[in-house]
Design a protein. Structure first.
Length: 274
């Protein structure tokens, strides 16, 4: 099994990463994958800690045999509703010619070709959710999120890839993105990043003899060395954290959304004023 270093990853895969405002990358690989690719893969993801607001995207990318473009699946925090935590699951294809008839999906992915699917559910922070990507044959792929405590399964969506596509290839990348900055960075933006801690679990598959591994995370983008990034191997995967616990719950949601376009003072003067 080949484990990629951050330098190997950057050289090999950087064109595929969402470079706009992704902050953290982490490669994954699976051994003993047939030349036709995997028919299923499961990515465990745990949001250990993050504000209950929209902004972060924790995702895993994957490639299909015979195709250059990628798919994503992952999880995003959302504002609480009725006193309950809400989580948002995503399942996407960036492959031109991908089609869907799923009510949870629509054509297009980040303004380009492909298909995007999503679903929301009442979730639990600190709980591991399995993101299952599985084909039922004939190029049809289904994305499902599984609660590892209750066993509940929620279909995120489904799509059909163009003819000639194969199964999932043996390695790719996961990432952490703070997407509000895609609409414009505030001054001193790296110092304004909200705190997050997540675990990217080792991927699994039903393929006989296949073993999945998640490698240590690494920083990339324009905030390297400026967001208190840390990473460590933990039981079953890799933990990463970055960002800052600067404000209390009263000010956080207002500040982080406003900071995209309107705040001009630096972190220290804001702390003093509050």
């Amino acid at each position: 099994m080949k484990l990629f270093t951050p330098f190997t990853i950057l050289a090999s895969f950087i064109p595929l990463l969402p470079m706009a405002h992704a902050l953290v990358g982490s490669s994954w690989s699976v051994t003993n994958v047939p030349s036709t690719g995997l028919t299923d893969i499961t990515f465990p993801l745990t949001i250990v800690e993050a504000d209950h607001i929209s902004g972060y995207y924790f995702a895993q990318q994957f490639n299909f045999v015979g195709l250059a473009d990628v798919g994503y699946t992952g999880i995003q925090p959302r504002p609480d509703s009725g006193g309950n935590a809400v989580l948002h699951g995503v399942f996407s294809s960036f492959v031109a010619g991908t089609t869907t008839s799923d009510n949870n999906c629509h054509p297009g992915a980040d303004g380009g070709p492909g298909v995007s699917c999503s679903v929301e559910w009442t979730g639990v922070y600190g709980r591991t959710y399995d993101f299952e990507v599985k084909t039922t044959g004939n190029g049809l792929w289904v994305g499902t999120v599984v609660d590892t405590v209750t066993g509940a399964r929620i279909q995120i969506g489904s799509y059909t890839l163009p003819a000639g596509s194969g199964g999932i290839r043996d390695n790719q990348l996961g990432f952490v993105e703070w997407y509000p900055w895609n609409g414009g960075e505030p001054p001193n933006h790296c110092a304004l990043l909200p705190y997050q801690k997540t675990i990217f679990g080792n991927p699994r598959t039903t393929q006989t003899g296949a073993v999945g591994t998640q490698s240590l995370s690494y920083e990339y983008g324009d905030c390297i060395g400026e967001v208190a990034f840390e990473t460590a191997q933990v039981a079953g995967g890799v933990e990463n954290n970055c960002g800052f616990k600067v404000f209390n719950d009263i000010f956080q949601p207002m500040f982080w959304w406003s900071s995209v376009t309107s705040w001009t003072l630096d972190k220290y003067s804001l702390v003093a004023s509050f």
